[in-house]
Design a protein around this ligand. Structure first.
Ligand code: SR1
Ligand code: MG
Length: 407
């Protein structure tokens, strides 16, 4: 087997692939075994273990269709994008992404560090764990990968070359449909609304003209604002954590889009963890999440300001007042995207376990809290200036749905 023609591998074939192509990563003698460990919506993740050295690596292979549904036919070029972005992100935000070793454009796979000493953040938060360095790390990651790939810092022709290289139409289309369009109209009939919330969603979401209008504006912002190289899917399932380490994975949705897309995704997914902890009445964990949410927004603003002053190279961007204007638009987009992500994970096709692990009226209440907060984030996105503003909205949303009424 020479792996000269593309096919989707099984465990045995992935082990053979590693023996044939990646032996140099293991030393003179090796005995490789393989397990497929992917639980995401799109790709196959093979963990290759060498029983001689104890070393392990990951091979991530893209198939021609998504795992979640073969309705999504996707270019395997997403694997190249992921490989190239992980290399760039390691330069911009060292230590915050896995190291990549190889990319194979025939088999459409990328080889990278095995992070099995870390845990997927969503799962860890659902087990009520806390990560004291998270807000510091994720804001370093976002400020460095986002501001430093924008026109504020990069030479414009270089930036436009990057825009060309990271054009990602098929994965952007998924986001345009699943995040910006379907949750507010269900025109493709793919939404998956929890039975007990169907009427509520119909009344408060599908029948809201204000929401339809504001999400249309946000969608065109996403499609037309090539502001910086965004990760494009920065939820807690794309983040590995352990107590003293954070690693951002899975940047296959990356493209040049609005900075707020990444920041809003992080905030929304902290909110999912928060309602999950609330549903389990884990009040200490909720408090940690509240502090982390506030710290994430406020540190992002603080570091963005510092990084701007330190790195701005564009002459007009140095005009007094421009930084404040620019940051205000980033916060406005962040707030809108927080609302979009909250809606689409509850109404749309792709859910999150923080919510789906709940049942009955407890889930009904958790969903309504998220959706009610989301409506404010989308419609009033101009009036959020700091972390506390986000928390105030979510607490207001929670106070509308008394726990006793949903038992
Ligand atoms: C068809 S892909 C569905 C979702 O999974 C990915 O992780 C992205 O979040 C996408 O929207
Ligand atoms: Mg992913």
């Amino acid at each position: 087997m020479k792996f000269t023609t593309y096919f989707t591998m099984n465990e045995e074939e992935a082990a053979m692939y590693a023996s044939e192509k990646l032996g140099y990563l293991f030393g003179d003698e090796f005995h490789l075994t393989c397990k497929e460990i992917g639980d995401g919506n799109l790709n196959y993740i093979f963990r290759i273990m060498d029983e001689v050295s104890g070393r392990s690596i990951i091979i991530k292979q893209s198939g021609p269709v998504a795992r979640i549904s073969d309705e999504f036919k996707l270019s395997p070029d997403r694997n190249r994008i992921e490989y190239e972005i992980l290399k760039l992100e390691e330069e911009l935000a060292p230590g915050l992404v896995p190291i990549v070793y190889a990319y194979d454009p025939i088999m459409n796979c990328t080889v990278m560090d095995d992070l099995s000493d870390h845990q997927i953040m969503r799962k860890a938060l659902m087990d009520f764990k806390v990560f004291p360095k998270f807000a510091q790390d994720i804001t370093d990651f976002m400020v460095n990968t986002l501001l430093l790939t924008s026109d504020v810092v990069l030479e414009h022709k270089h930036k436009k070359d990057l825009v060309k290289n990271f054009i990602n139409p098929e994965l952007c289309e998924i986001t345009e449909d699943l995040v910006y369009t379907e949750p507010f109209s269900d025109y493709k009939n793919r939404n998956d609304v929890f039975e007990l919330n169907k009427e509520w969603v119909d009344e408060h979401i599908y029948h809201s003209h204000a929401l339809r209008l504001e999400t249309a504006k946000l969608k065109f912002e996403f499609m037309n604002h090539a502001q910086a190289l965004v990760h494009g899917d920065l939820h807690t399932g794309s983040i590995f954590v352990k107590e003293d380490s954070t690693k951002v994975i899975d940047p296959e949705f990356a493209f040049f889009g609005p900075i707020g897309y990444d920041v809003g995704n992080v905030i929304a997914n902290l909110i999912f963890a928060w309602v999950h902890s609330d549903a389990h009445q884990q009040f200490d964990h909720m408090q940690w999440l509240e502090d982390t949410l506030i710290e994430t927004v406020d540190l992002f603003i603080f570091k963005f300001n510092l990084a701007w002053d330190h790195n701005v190279s564009e002459s007009t961007a140095k005009t007094p007042g421009f930084k404040e204007y620019y940051l205000a638009t980033v916060l406005r987009d962040t707030t809108g995207v927080t609302g979009l992500e909250l809606c689409r994970r509850i109404i749309g096709l792709a859910h999150v376990k923080d919510i789906t692990s709940l049942s009955g009226n407890v889930r009904v209440r958790a969903e309504r809290i998220c959706l009610s907060g989301a409506i404010d984030f989308i419609v009033k996105r101009d009036s959020y200036y700091c972390g506390e503003d986000f928390l105030v909205s979510m607490k207001k949303a929670m106070s509308k749905f008394a726990r006793e009424d949903y038992e």
